[in-house]
Write a protein of this length. Sequence first.
Length: 162
Amino acid sequence: MSLRTAVALSVAVLLSGAACDIVEPTKPSGAITITVDPNPVVIRVACLASVPPPEFCLASLDPTITVAETGGVGGKLEAIDLVVRNNATGVEEGRVALDAVWIRSQAGTDRLEAGGRLAFRPVVAGYRVRNGTVPALVFTIAVRFVDDNGNIINQSLQVGGA
């Protein structure tokens, strides 16, 4: 083996070894928590006074949902999905998808700073329930957050109604 070949192989080995040692630094990820107040969610039922009594009454609820960033990386809230399920029957009663436009209209921004929080009041009114019954509802709140490092965080919380 010539000296030139030996030097070329040594350089190739050194370069290939260096390529294996390159480590991309991991970017920290944001994290979020969701809270609902009150928990359980208070469901108010109102019936019109009539004779005979109406078959259906109208229920309403207006909890405060707070999303807090807890991972140290800010970002944007892209969506909040609310799913209402009748716990007694297991049937999904309704679903509402709230996008960044709705979030901005409620909170003034869809930006969640590191360590920050945003609160919303998605009011539900006119939900039909049978007269004389209190619905056994369970609410799932699902939030999609994209942090400043491009990480997508999906977090959900399930709360009951009272």
